[in-house]
Design a binder for this molecule. Structure first.
Ligand code: XMP
Ligand code: MG
Length: 175
């Protein structure tokens, strides 16, 4: 248990180790190239900040904001972008960075949208993956941790905007 009484699922030290491993893999895969990281606000901001500081390749960062989870019906090819990226990705190597993939609806729709802008390549890096919950097929190229179907907070992830600041990934509720 931590200070707000949540059950820790992934501890800070394990997160740090895994982020370093992911950054090593990504740095190797993109050696000699330059990346644009696109973080999905708000949840990805902590992961993105940690990841970018461990990369050993030149990169730019940008952010996209989508309509918030649960308040809008999301279906493939139809997502509301409330804040678009401010960089042209045409001909560029793009890595979308997200906190968690759940049903897969958000990321599959966003990837389709971004591919229409003709990037040279487009891959996805998610910190957490709840594979059991997919409604559409979706595989991220880089995955931090596979987790069971529990609602998690911390490390950027929130419950009603709370707990994003927690350094560990914690489980809340009784699911
Ligand atoms: P999809 O479209 O894959 O959506 O269902 C992924 C989005 O769902 C939110 N999400 C969570 N947020 N704890 C959270 O704080 C969770 O356990 C969780 N599961 C899904 C999240 O906003 C993500 O971007
Ligand atoms: Mg999110």
């Amino acid at each position: 248990m931590n200070e707000v009484g949540k059950e820790i699922l992934i501890a800070k030290t394990d997160i740090e180790k895994r982020v370093r491993e992911l950054a090593d893999t990504i740095s190797r895969d993109y050696e000699g190239r330059e990346l644009i990281l696109i973080g999905i606000l708000k949840g990805a901001f902590v992961f993105m900040a940690d990841l970018v500081r461990q990369l050993r390749i030149p990169c730019q960062v940008d952010f996209v904001r989508l309509a918030s989870y649960g308040t809008v019906t999301v279906s493939t090819g139809n997502i509301a972008i409330s804040k678009d990226i401010e960089t042209s990705i045409e001909g560029r190597d793009v890595l979308v960075v997200e906190d968690i993939v759940d049903t897969g609806l958000t990321l599959s729709a966003l990837v389709e949208r971004l591919k229409k802008r003709d990037p040279h390549s487009l891959k996805v890096c998610v910190f957490l993956d709840k594979k059991d919950r997919r409604k559409v097929p979706f595989e991220a190229e880089y995955v931090g941790f596979n987790i069971p179907d529990r609602f998690v907070v911390g490390y950027g992830l929130d419950f009603n905007e709370m707990y994003r600041f927690l350094p560990d990934i914690c489980v809340i509720g009784e699911n």
